[in-house]
Design a protein around this ligand. Structure first.
Ligand code: GLN
Length: 494
């Protein structure tokens, strides 16, 4: 068996009886074994995946119609619950903990006959940009193993990049799907906040967290999105039915509507401050500017816009998310979940302290302390309230932008994948590299990183696109258009 380029191609081969689901699962299991050094998986569900593949092969033999994700081999980030399987958030503190229920997103994949092949390595509690904060160790970028895969969903990105599964799930609180997709040369989409239920997603910062998708093609991402989207009685923040472009009606139709606007002329804007930011790699900037010229010459409108809030987005993001994290991570106290430290415990407080200082890694501890600090009585107004005001201003700005434009384009990250260790001693430098991704999470907008470019340093990089809330349809259509006409990066497997 050879690598499959898309779910559509796979389904054609299955229905023509050229391959079986068992062949396919075996193929991926072999690949995972061959590429073990990448450390993309925290656990592989080999037996169960093969069992499910056999059942699906039998279903087809019985003439049952195939469902949307029949036999599609999917990996999930180790922050997403799947009943009966371990979920650790790549943290020692969840050592030995098994999911007691299945996340809605995963259940919807299973209901369409997907095969979950394993869970993927990530930064501890999804906090990080390089996957260097995992109790399981680093994940290697398959394009260059001396480079980080990005984070926090590094394992999920590499699983797709290296052809260890067809598509995967990550979570994106401040860029954790788009940035690793950018570093690995694949598609990574973060839907509108509330598009996919967060039920069963381990919380980092609840008003930012959203499940996202990694894939090789826009079509595959659109397919998973339509399967997982929609109202869920277990998550009241999920978007309610409505019928603007792509919102509720569209959720069932993303794949059908993907190519209908092929000749549309888009109205696009970009932020001057983003493309002329001192931290942005020169070549990334040049490539995006050249793309803008091409788009204009083909009749699209691309206009620059002032965005004087850019320097506030990272501070606002880190104040608000650490505040939410300090509350969300309270529950890991050694009593209810996973790891507990029993060395010479004096009293209950001592027990909590020992468990939490041994169970959480450095970055998570830093964020809990930072979050507790910004919420403390004396500093609340100086930090938390200020950051909320920034969030409000961004929301207003967003409304104004999308009253006029279809989409915003910007880099996904200021540079290509870092070398291991490059930024680990300087958390501020690491945080600042999130400058282009956190905007979508602060405002709830959908965003995608589309793998269009290759740097002269050989690494891939993407273009980030954002559209109005609930307008994933335009996001996907524009991405597909760019993939068809402007892609210069050739993926590893092609
Ligand atoms: N790099 C960001 C952070 O460290 C993104 C995290 C995320 O999206 N989960 O917080």
């Amino acid at each position: 068996m050879t690598a499959l380029s898309s779910i559509q191609e796979y389904h054609k081969k299955l229905t023509a009886s050229n391959i079986t689901c068992v062949d396919t699962v075996n193929y991926y299991l072999t690949k995972i074994e061959e590429k073990k050094q990448l450390n993309a998986f925290t656990e592989v569900f080999a037996t169960e995946a093969l069992q499910k593949a056999m059942e699906l092969d039998a279903k087809r033999e019985n003439g049952e119609p195939i469902k949307k994700l029949h036999g599609v081999v999917i990996a999930i980030k180790d922050v997403i619950c799947y009943k009966g399987y371990r979920v650790t958030a790549a943290s020692k503190i969840l050592e030995g903990f098994t999911s007691v229920y299945t996340a809605t997103a995963v259940q919807r994949l299973l209901d369409e006959d997907a095969i979950i092949i394993g869970s993927c390595n990530c930064d501890e509690f999804a906090m990080g940009s390089t996957n260097e904060n995992s109790v399981y160790g680093n994940v290697l970028n398959a394009a260059d193993e001396t480079k980080v895969p990005g984070g926090s969903s590094g394992g999920s990105a590499v699983a797709v990049q290296a052809g260890l599964c067809m598509v995967s799930l990550g979570s994106d609180t401040g860029g954790s799907v788009r940035q690793p997709a950018d570093f690995c040369g694949i598609v990574g989409i973060k839907p509108t906040y509330g598009r996919i239920s967060r039920y069963g997603l381990i919380a980092y910062a609840s008003s930012f967290d959203q499940i996202g998708i990694f894939s090789n093609s826009v079509y595959d991402a659109a397919l998973l999105l339509e399967v997982m989207s929609g109202v869920d009685e277990f998550d009241s923040t999920v978007l309610m039915p409505q019928t603007p472009k792509g919102a509720y009606e569209g959720t069932e139709n993303f794949t059908k509507l993907l190519s209908i606007e092929e000749n549309k002329k888009y109205k696009i804007t970009y932020f001057k401050e983003a493309l002329h930011h001192p931290s942005l790699d020169k070549e990334i900037k040049e490539n995006i500017l050249a793309l803008i010229d091409k788009l204009k010459s083909e009749g699209h409108t691309v206009t620059a816009m002032d965005f004087d809030l850019l320097d506030y987005v990272v501070p606002a993001y880190y104040v608000l998310t650490t505040a939410e994290a300090s509350s969300n991570l309270n529950r890991y106290d050694g009593v209810r979940f996973g790891y507990r430290n029993k060395d010479n415990v004096k009293d209950l407080t001592d027990f909590y302290k020992r468990t939490r200082s041994k169970g959480f890694g450095k970055e998570v501890q830093r964020r809990i302390m930072l979050g507790t600090f910004v919420l403390s009585a004396g500093y609340y107004d100086a930090y938390f309230s200020k950051a909320q005001q920034v969030r409000r201003l961004l929301a207003d700005k967003t409304k104004a932008i999308f009253a006029e434009y279809d989409a915003v384009i910007l880099p996904t990250s200021p540079g290509t994948a870092f070398t291991f260790g490059e930024k680990t001693d300087d958390p501020i430098a690491m945080y600042l590299a999130d400058i282009y991704t956190v905007f979508a999470n602060l405002t709830g907008l959908p965003g995608i990183s589309v793998p269009l470019f290759k740097h002269s340093n050989t690494m891939p990089f993407g273009l980030q696109i954002m559209t109005a809330k609930t307008d994933e349809l335009t996001l996907l259509q524009l991405s597909e258009h760019l993939m068809q006409h402007y892609k210069t990066y050739q993926h590893l497997n092609n």
